[in-house]
Design a binder for this molecule. Structure first.
Ligand SMILES: C[S@@+](CC[C@H](N)C(=O)[O-])C[C@H]1O[C@@H](n2cnc3c(N)ncnc32)[C@H](O)[C@@H]1O
Length: 385
């Protein structure tokens, strides 16, 4: 059996018995060409095993994925016509193939890698939400379940949001208590995140969860309720309401994502009054504080440009929100929940109810200091709590 045939057999059998680690081709027959090396790995892409080829050119890399048999045919071609050297790494042995003139050599040595790598593809994203139906009806996916061109950012945002929820619930007693969970989404808009959250809680976590979206726009309420009904989300309801006037009784999780300006404060206040375990908000615009920033102490140069004043208003507004939540017994986290390339409105404030009683004075003192420094008479959230 020729050395070429032998190494091809080793490649095929290492794929079959899952010991394949990597195959590299080097020393191109055409030494003057741009292709210098090819590195081949085995990956699961869209649930199908594939051979992933990285073509290393002089100045750039190109990646191509092939189903296994198509990939083996490509390997055979590279071996016979394009390269003089091939190195196969498997978890059982390494094989070095060399060809010069009409002769070839195949050498077997001890395995460099003792285990085969994880086959998960780097680029394959874990998605916590399953429901293609509602995502299609909400206009995020097309009929084939692919993300629509202009909805990539939205899709990422939805998944990121559910990932945040996953992290918060992981060790939370809400998961282990077995009690029904009530969630309210204030300013639910088109309902992307509301649907995804319901899907995650009920389909993935198998919780007895009811989710309500509150929204001022009747057209969005009607549309979301129609979709919820059509996909059989029985405990997902959308209600017409104004956040500030909404009567909220016992609630476990309160969400307010991109609710406009002080609607975020209304939602936080409602959540705290309802003793919510978790309050999750992503503030939108910050007009109230921006307008009320008057005479700052020594910060004139920081606030003289519109954009800087706006950014400062955002920071001060959200810092005071977090302090007021802390004063009211919530441990807060403030972070960017998704990269700015997907949305500029990416700051998230999370409040988790603390177990111990809190002394509010130290937080309220900080609020006073900030207000004084930025010439603010009152933060809207203060007027609500
Ligand atoms: C920017 S959208 C965000 C929708 C959704 N939460 C999201 O992040 O995809 C804000 C929504 O909140 C609604 N809204 C704003 N102020 C509100 C209020 N005070 N009461 C109820 N809904 C409000 C708006 O009509 C709009 O649909």
């Amino acid at each position: 059996m020729s050395n070429e045939i032998q190494i091809l057999k080793h490649i095929q059998s290492s794929i079959d018995n899952d010991s394949f680690v990597r195959l590299t081709f080097s020393k191109p027959v055409d030494g003057a060409g741009t292709l210098k090396k090819v590195i081949i790995s085995l990956a699961i892409i869209k649930r199908v095993p594939q051979l992933s080829f990285v073509y290393r050119h002089k100045t750039n890399d190109m990646t191509k994925n092939h189903p296994i048999q198509e990939g083996i045919a490509t390997i055979e071609n590279l071996l016979k016509t394009e390269f003089q050297n091939a190195n196969l790494f498997t978890s059982k042995a390494d094989y070095a193939f060399e060809r010069s003139e009409e002769k070839s050599r195949l050498k077997q040595t001890k395995a460099t890698f003792k285990t085969a790598p994880n086959r998960g593809h780097d680029k394959e994203k874990r998605h916590l939400i399953q429901g293609a139906d509602y995502l299609q009806q909400l206009g995020v996916l097309d009929q084939n379940g692919r993300v629509l061109k202009d909805k990539g950012d939205k899709f990422k945002q939805i998944n990121k949001f559910v990932e945040v929820i996953e992290g918060l619930l992981k060790n939370h007693e809400m998961l282990s208590s077995g009690k029904p969970i009530k969630v309210v989404d204030m300013g639910s808009g088109k309902g992307y995140l509301t649907f995804a959250l319901y899907d995650y809680l009920t389909t993935q976590l198998k919780l007895d969860a009811s989710v309500a979206g509150v929204e001022v726009r009747q057209d969005l309420i009607d549309k979301c309720n129609t979709i919820a009904k059509s996909v059989g989300f029985e405990k997902l309801n959308f209600e017409l309401g104004y956040i500030g006037d909404y009567s909220l009784d016992k609630t476990d999780i309160l969400i307010a994502l991109h609710a406009c300006d002080t609607a975020t404060d209304d939602a936080i206040a409602k959540g705290m009054a309802a003793n919510a375990e978790l309050i999750i908000c992503a503030p939108c615009c910050h007009k109230q504080i921006r307008k009320s920033m008057t005479e700052s102490e020594g910060l004139d140069s920081l606030l003289q440009h519109g954009i800087l004043k706006e950014r400062q208003a955002e920071i001060v507004t959200d810092a005071i929100r977090a302090l007021i939540m802390e004063a009211n017994g919530y441990k807060t986290k403030v972070f960017e929940f998704i990269s700015t390339e997907h949305t500029g409105k990416n700051l998230m404030i999370i409040g988790e109810k603390k177990n111990q009683k809190t002394d509010p004075s130290k937080y309220l003192e900080e609020v006073e200091k900030l207000k004084k420094q930025f010439g603010i008479s009152q933060h809207y959230l203060e007027s609500l709590v």
